[in-house]
Design a protein around this ligand. Structure first.
Ligand code: SF4
Length: 292
């Protein structure tokens, strides 16, 4: 069974248009996110568009020069408070992008560290988490999550661990990327010099402390979906994590939603994604939600 009971149509304008620009804001932007199951306020900690991965499916526009290169914490705080105010005042619904998603655009499901790169790469991650936690508390948004969408490479940094502890105390949730089962496929899809075993170790250590979500993008590379043996290896990695004490809430299995920079990285069909999800469920026993 699909664990996602509240599917949000991928045809909604506010879902298709995941632009990270909102008014003249530099760091904060509202979107309707299928994986958040509603309104998500994004906090972009990488306005410089820097990442330690170079995924073949990455949708970040690195051709357009960034408007700023570093996070200004005071401005980020003010922008976040203002977006929350606008949601509450119903101002968001007056924007054409959100009009047809009115039922979804009033409840803030999460505030997500996401954006144009890898959030754990900044030097003051914990400070930024504290700011978001403070604004969330001041706004009385106890049920709103703080989500960290991460490639997991920086989860072993001391400052990031401090940030995760602040998240834990403030309804936080980590969504860690795992797109492969082997070092070779990891290098093919995520194109990084970071070792695959470091990613696995970071996912394990993080999920031993608190339950996490695994987010996995499945796609066609040069026309071929993930090979069967690779999918089996991917399930083996999940089972090894579980065996070693990982707490995994669920797996988000998704595919390419918007144009990729690499023409050979293309979308799976809904049926293909569902077949992969069924394999993961049967081999690991984990709940899997799909987002095609
Ligand atoms: S980890 Fe995210 S931001 Fe970085 S290259 Fe991959 S998709 Fe892009």
């Amino acid at each position: 069974m699909n664990a996602d009971a509240t599917k949000i149509a991928s045809t909604l304008a506010a879902v298709k248009d995941h632009t990270r620009s909102f008014e003249d804001f530099l760091f904060v932007y509202p979107v309707i996110s299928r994986r958040s199951r509603g309104l998500s306020i994004g906090v972009n900690l990488n306005p410089d568009k820097v990442c330690n991965f170079d995924c073949i499916y990455c949708e970040v526009d690195r051709q357009t020069p960034p408007r700023t290169r570093s996070v200004d914490p005071a401005r980020m705080r003010a922008e976040l408070a203002e977006v929350i105010r606008q949601v509450r005042a119903g101002d968001l619904l007056r924007r054409s992008r959100f009009e047809e998603a009115a039922a979804l655009a009033t409840e803030i499901k999460d505030i997500a560290f996401s954006g144009d790169g890898e959030p754990t790469m900044i030097a003051n991650f914990a400070e930024c988490v504290q700011i978001v936690a403070d604004v969330k508390r001041e706004a009385g948004l106890a049920s709103t999550k703080i989500v960290l969408i991460t490639d997991a490479a920086g989860l072993d940094k001391a400052d990031v661990k401090r940030g995760l502890e602040i998240m834990d105390a403030n309804n936080g949730e980590v969504w860690g990327k795992l797109d492969a089962g082997t070092e070779d496929y990891f290098r093919l899809v995520n194109r990084t010099t970071i070792r695959f075993d470091r990613i696995l170790k970071n996912l394990l250590e993080t999920s031993r402390v608190r339950p996490i979500v695994i987010q996995s993008l499945f796609l066609r590379v040069h026309g071929s979906p993930m090979p069967e043996a690779e999918l089996a290896a991917y399930c083996d990695r999940l089972n090894e994590l579980l065996r070693d004490g990982a707490q995994i809430k669920e797996v988000h299995a998704y595919t390419v939603a918007r144009p990729t920079p690499e023409p050979f990285a293309t979308k799976l069909t809904a049926a293909e994604l569902e077949t992969i999800a069924a394999t993961i469920r049967s081999k690991t026993g984990l709940p899997v939600s799909t987002f095609e």
